[in-house]
Design a protein around this ligand. Structure first.
Ligand code: LRH
Ligand code: MN
Length: 397
């Protein structure tokens, strides 16, 4: 039986009031590919500018109260930058979110960081992560989000099992330093920058490492870190079933880890993932699942792309919230395939933009955040302030 209009709006308010997604500081900075970086006058290059941009996104969307920080990019002086971050949190009303150690820039990490054959280099990498844990403690951040580029490019050149042992030891050491409320999110990726083996390549490896590390370790699912033929929502269902799902890095891709804007290539993919989460929440999901965006905006305006991403995520979260899960369960139980599919896809086809606009109005937010960004003049203003700094840079060498 179709829900009344007010019931649908109550569902909308419930879903969108609860929907929070974290944005990455690096989404506001100039980024590129190995073939070059197209700089933007409005790009942020200081931590203050990143907090200012994040505040503008949250002002327009109401769903992004926290910003992920990458330690060496955002706190180049490590601990020495913590007080400044606290001041910026107050000034811009945006809290530091997940803390991401950088284990992919140092020359020493050529053959790996936590998995490097050299005990001294492994210790250097562990120390950086332990510093990141202490920074997170001081900022009151719960999640340490760990991604390793570690792996090899040629068969026979590294002992895969020796590296597993070193990695397990390192993760135990890191886990044991966590405060009671903190979590270690272990991100997997099948390839790049390593092109023969990657030490944490899939959800199974990440799950096993989380179990070995300790009870506060979880798996982080970056939607771009899957082969195109993989069923990501099935992996999510397994991680919900095993209680190991810690969070997501949302983005989109056509081929590999393209880091394109969420929902730009396959919005139905995110809808199917959100459905699994709505089902788990309805069954009383025991632990928090962090929603984060992890994108690099090489061509689109960086703030525009971030606002577009959050609006798309709000809409897809709402579409999935409108699935009549009770009726769907009946069709699933009776294997009424077409009825189940039509109900499921029907929610995806639903144009929820008027509902989302009504929710924004009710919350004193601009009904069309992208239009409000344009009309607000924020981008024009920061181009004046920042414009002259950025000169085109090549890379690849
Ligand atoms: C690796 C990754 C990781 C971040 C980086 C910016 O591909 O997804 O989450 O550290 O992007
Ligand atoms: Mn990621």
């Amino acid at each position: 039986m179709a829900l009344s209009e007010s019931a649908v709006f109550d569902l909308t308010v419930q879903a969108l009031d609860a929907f929070k997604i974290e944005i990455p500081s690096w989404g506001f900075a100039n980024t590129g590919t190995r073939f070059g970086k197209f700089t933007q006058a409005a790009a942020a290059s200081t931590i203050e500018e990143k907090f200012s941009d994040a505040a503008e996104v949250n002002r327009l969307t109401g769903s992004t109260p926290t910003m992920a920080l990458h330690v060496l990019w955002d706190l180049p002086n490590g601990f020495g930058d913590v007080e400044e971050v606290k001041v910026l949190e107050q000034r811009y009303g945006i809290r530091a979110g997940s803390i991401n150690p950088n284990l992919f820039q140092n020359q020493e990490y050529k053959f790996g960081s936590l998995c490097n054959p050299s005990a001294a280099i492994r210790k250097q990498a562990v120390d950086h992560v332990l510093d990141s844990v202490e920074i997170a403690k001081t900022l009151g951040c719960a999640d340490i989000s760990l991604w390793l580029p570690d792996g090899s490019n040629y068969p026979g050149t590294q002992s895969i099992r020796s590296r597993i042992g070193w990695l397990e030891q390192a993760l135990r050491t890191i886990h044991d330093r966590l405060a009671p409320r903190q979590r270690l999110l272990i991100e997997y990726k099948p390839f790049e920058p390593a092109f023969y083996h990657t030490d944490i390549a899939d959800w199974g490896m990440s799950s096993q490492l989380a179990r070995v590390a300790g009870p506060q370790a979880r798996v982080l699912v970056d939607t771009g870190h899957h082969y195109t033929s993989q069923n990501i929502e099935q992996i999510v269902a397994w991680l919900l079933h095993t209680g190991l799902l810690g969070g997501f890095h949302f983005n989109d891709r056509r081929y590999a880890d393209d880091d394109l804007t969420l929902g730009s290539i396959d919005p139905y993919q995110v809808f199917r993932i959100f459905h699994e989460l709505h089902c788990a929440q309805a069954e009383g999901l025991p632990h928090a699942v962090a929603f984060m965006v992890d994108q690099s905006h090489n061509l689109k305006g960086k703030i525009e792309a971030t606002v577009q991403t959050v609006v798309t995520a709000q809409e897809l979260w709402l579409k999935a919230a409108l699935v009549d899960r009770k009726q769907l369960a009946v069709y699933q139980q009776s294997c009424d395939l077409v009825a189940a599919e039509e109900l499921f896809r029907g929610a995806f086809w639903t144009d929820v933009r008027p509902l989302a606009a009504a929710w924004r109005q009710a919350r004193g937010l601009p009904v069309d955040p992208l239009a409000a960004l344009k009309d607000g003049g924020y981008v024009e203003r920061i181009v004046q302030e920042r414009g002259s700094r950025h000169s085109p840079v090549g890379s690849y060498a």
